[in-house]
Design a binder for this molecule. Sequence first.
Ligand code: NAD
Length: 404
Amino acid sequence: MAKGSQGNVVNLALVGCGGIAGAHLRGYEELWGRGERRFRIVATVDEVPERAKAYAERIRAFTGEAVNAYKGLDDLLGGETRLDGADICSPHGLHHVHGCQLLNHGVNILVEKPIGVTVKATKKIIEAAKKNRRIAATAEQCRRSIGQRTIRWALHESGLMGDPRFWFAISAGWNDPQQVPNWHWRVDRYLGGCGMIMDSGAHWVDSMRYFYGEVDTVYARVEQVEKRPHKKGKETVLDTREDFWTSIFNFKSGVIGTWAWTNSAPGKGFTQLTFNSSKGALVDSDIFHPAASQARGECQLADGVTYSMSRLQEMYLKTLNKKEKDRLFPYGITAGMSLELWDFIDALSTGRNVEIDAPEGLRSKSVSEAIYESGRTGQVVKVADVLSGKCDAYQRDIDRYWKL
Ligand SMILES: NC(=O)c1ccc[n+]([C@@H]2O[C@H](COP(=O)([O-])OP(=O)(O)OC[C@H]3O[C@@H](n4cnc5c(N)ncnc54)[C@H](O)[C@@H]3O)[C@@H](O)[C@H]2O)c1
């Protein structure tokens, strides 16, 4: 690690140059633009070489420094001898494969959600990090955003809302299966490992723990109502993912949550997210990443007073001293993704741990898996039994596929 004027400079590689990696690049560009110079992105990797090259060029355009493009991890590890960290944005099933190979070469990792494709896959990442004394971080941006930090403050510290009681997150919509899309890795059970419960849902399970603490038990119905064909070359491949779930969460605090989603409800749809406390409600219209990138919601109290989300954010910011602001929103940045990248860079540069490490990512991920396990068994499932590996009926064939 080289020493720069601001501290140790970390050399990073971007692994997987698809959709979310593009958003990560915008985050790195924001950090660079604000004057953060403790990182270099020295390499990009994608099995499609043009993607790795295109992202290398995008990075060069904002840093002015050359970036090497590789088509696989063996090439990366053979070509780069001074790599400190890797930002893994590959398909779910490859997170533990890529993560463990990098950790075993002494490279710290930041892994997109869900941190591993199954509980066992995540534990493999955690063990490799421990063995090699490296950081394995979960790339979870939502709870870091000013919107979600504000919701937690409003629920527990503002004194506005009273005691938390329950929450409802429900969305019903229609995606016509007769419109046949192209195949994508998410459709495949072994590469994707999940549907929306653990894809976009990975964010919400992390946020619900951030807002309300640990979940004790879950009961869920998880169904595939429509058959959804996809075009894969000349073949037609059916989607393996759920298109309906409804679920009830019993938090250790006594709070009760209800989460339901479908894209198989023709006709008029609706979406509603409401957090109910003893003195009022907070509402938003995104059941996966509420308030994480917009301030549409509001707080409605029983006495008739309402606060817009942006007003609540101003009130929350006023409660923070400079040290807290610099820790939570360095450079005045309030967007979760730039903050998640900054956390990784700052942790590597200063030698501290990250906010959401792999064990913390696993605790959130286990809530998603508990929904699947309950759907598979028809039983109320204890999240602790999913975390320990005792309850794994839904995940077993994926573990077998990846030899876990
Ligand atoms: N944080 C968020 O808000 C958010 C949003 C979307 C996706 N994600 C996560 O990001 C990850 C990637 O999702 P995406 O939507 O960007 O997918 P994507 O398909 O757009 O990108 C994945 C990339 O990985 C590459 N790839 C596949 N196999 C590879 C291999 N063996 N070696 C190197 N590269 C390989 C693909 O060619 C592709 O460019 C997933 O974990 C997903 O859940 C996070």
